[in-house]
Design a binder for this molecule. Structure first.
Ligand code: TYD
Length: 135
């Protein structure tokens, strides 16, 4: 079973000069083949997103703009991580519960996903997730 210790911050290479910064995600940077990219924007600051785990999907979450906090939970331990740099991605393996809150104004949350969208691989009930993670 995966634990929150299998989650990690990925550093995204960047090129910076007086014209600004450019960050590049090539396939070596992400520990899976990207099948889908989606992003959250226009998020009210009191919004709560996520609240699910995935049976199949691995993800990398990036604060492209602004900041927010991601809670990761493996059923035994829970950790809160602030993302506020467009050059840092939070890798989340399968079977880890995640919640996202404390969005700053103008925050953009980019998600790189290893699967196409399939509601059947979501676990949306914390109780179901918790029972499953206990084996
Ligand atoms: P939801 O899973 O609630 O978003 P979050 O995890 O950010 O809180 O998804 C919101 C809606 O969008 C829900 O009806 C499912 C739909 N959706 C898609 O159609 N395709 C996708 O790739 C995703 C991530 C969500």
């Amino acid at each position: 079973m995966k634990t929150i210790g299998d989650s990690k911050i990925i550093e995204i290479p960047k090129v910076h000069d007086e014209r600004g910064s450019l960050a590049v995600i090539e396939k070596e940077v992400v520990p899976f083949a990207i099948k889908r990219v989606y992003y959250l924007y226009d998020v009210p600051s009191d919004s709560y997103r996520g609240g699910h785990a995935h049976k199949e999907q691995e993800s990398v979450i990036i604060a492209l703009s602004g900041s927010f906090e991601v809670i990761i939970d493996d059923g035994k331990s829970r950790k809160r991580i602030m993302l506020n740099k467009p050059t840092q991605g939070l890798y989340i393996p399968t079977n880890i519960w995640r919640e996202i809150d404390n969005f700053s104004s103008g925050a953009v949350c980019l998600v790189l996903a290893s699967t196409t969208y399939n509601e059947d691989e979501y676990i949306r009930e914390y109780k179901t997730f918790k029972n499953q993670s206990m084996g």
